[in-house]
Design a protein around this ligand. Structure first.
Ligand SMILES: Cc1cc2nc3c(=O)[nH]c(=O)nc-3n(C[C@H](O)[C@H](O)[C@H](O)COP(=O)(O)O)c2cc1C
Length: 376
């Protein structure tokens, strides 16, 4: 069983797996899927190390790299204004006080100076200064990197041009039909139609409604991957029935044995039900689905000063995150994750999940075909 996009990329199964963790990317790729490294937090030097490592572990198999270069963020254009120091200085005292009070309520101490890890990474930080070099690192790995994907809006034009010149596909995450049409209009080859169930930044339309809408809007020549709430073969069969050429998954890889998810977050993910997520700006400044925690509740509460725009909210969140993790303050420790978290109850190897998904997809498709046969 295959689909045109799987054939074009030379992969066995049209299962795309987004992960920030290179071990997961390599494991899914080696199991016949297409791992995609989330490179948002990696500067060019670190990205080079990650991609070299993946290359060494996947042989000649293809994989992808994902960036989140937003259309709008504070510091757009780069330069001195976009330095970590000047963005950090823009965070109002009122917001810092709100965070201090919240952390104090949960017994989270200050970070000792000797453990301060320097500037945190955050979505929307360093986009202009690091972006071109990050893309160059991907181009240098074009023997294996066969697709570059962008989230939070259309990729910058230079990304599309350089990727195409290197023979790579360009993908874009979209949460609405209009955004999908706009991306195809500027040269994006593959649309990831991501429903509101998804972990991370997401729109408001459900996968079930969004995918066929996008498929019909972009036409038969543009491959669409369905994202949001997909982790089983039945869900994969449903996605293909909706017209997608593959599934783009994220949450399910957070709890595999290869993942580097921090132990407290992992416990929270394993315990969560499908009701325990919320779409909130509290983590990055843009709406992102994540575990509901005391942190997300507080930002929605009556004392909240209101969230800040990207990347200021992300800086505040990630600085606090270092402290909450050190203190193991589990009530405050969230994670971007989708509603599928309710099924993520056990730690298992990524390969097993890929193969189980494929098996169930085949069984489901056979079951559906048999229904037709029964009519004869
Ligand atoms: C922890 C986490 C981080 C994510 N970060 C990004 C990101 O940096 N860039 C991106 O394109 N998508 C990101 N996503 C979204 C995924 O690419 C994917 O669309 C989504 O996880 C699919 O829905 P699912 O979570 O229900 O599988 C993230 C998702 C998760 C769970």
């Amino acid at each position: 069983m295959s689909t045109p996009i799987a054939e074009r990329l030379g992969i066995e199964f049209p299962i795309f797996a987004f992960s920030h963790c290179r071990d997961v990317v390599a494991a899914v790729t080696n199991a016949g899927g297409f791992g995609v490294l989330g490179a948002l937090a990696y500067g060019p030097e670190r990205l080079e190390i990650e991609l070299d490592w993946i290359d060494e572990h996947v042989g000649d198999k293809p994989y992808g790299v994902d960036f989140a270069m937003p259309v709008n963020y504070v510091g757009k254009g780069g330069g001195e204004e976009a330095s970590f120091e000047s963005l950090d200085a823009m965070i109002p005292e009122q917001h810092r006080r709100f965070v201090e009070q919240l952390l104090a309520r949960y017994g989270v101490p200050e970070m000792p100076a000797e453990l301060d890890g320097g500037p945190v990474a955050a979505a929307g930080l360093g986009v202009d200064d690091m972006g071109p070099n990050q893309v160059q690192v991907c181009l240098d790995h074009a023997a294996n990197v066969k697709m570059i994907v962008n989230a939070l809006g259309p990729p910058p034009q230079y990304v599309i041009e350089q990727a195409h010149a290197a023979g790579m596909l360009v993908g874009g995450l979209c949460g609405s039909k209009v955004h999908a049409e706009r991306q195809v209009g500027i040269g994006v080859d593959v649309i990831v139609a991501q429903g509101t169930e998804a972990g991370g930044h997401c729109g408001e339309i459900s996968t079930m409604v969004l995918v066929p809408e996008v498929v019909d809007a972009v036409g038969p020549d543009v491959p669409v991957l369905a994202a949001g709430g997909i982790a089983t073969g039945r869900q994969m069969a449903a996605a293909l029935a909706l017209g997608a050429q593959g599934v783009w998954t994220g949450s399910m890889w957070l709890t595999v044995s290869e993942a580097d998810t921090n132990p407290d977050a992992l416990e929270n993910l394993l315990a969560a039900t499908s009701r325990d997520t919320v779409r909130s700006r509290a983590m990055t400044g843009k709406p992102a689905r994540q575990l509901r925690t005391a942190w997300t509740d507080a930002w929605e509460g009556p004392d909240s000063p209101g969230t800040l725009p990207m990347p200021l909210q992300g800086i505040l969140h990630n600085e606090a995150g270092r402290r909450t993790q050190r203190a193991h303050a589990r009530d405050l420790i969230g994670f971007p994750v989708g509603q599928i978290v309710g099924r993520m109850n056990k730690v298992r190897p990524a390969r097993d999940l890929v193969l189980e998904m494929v098996e169930e997809w085949i069984e489901t498709t056979e079951r559906m075909s048999a229904m037709l046969g029964a009519e004869d």
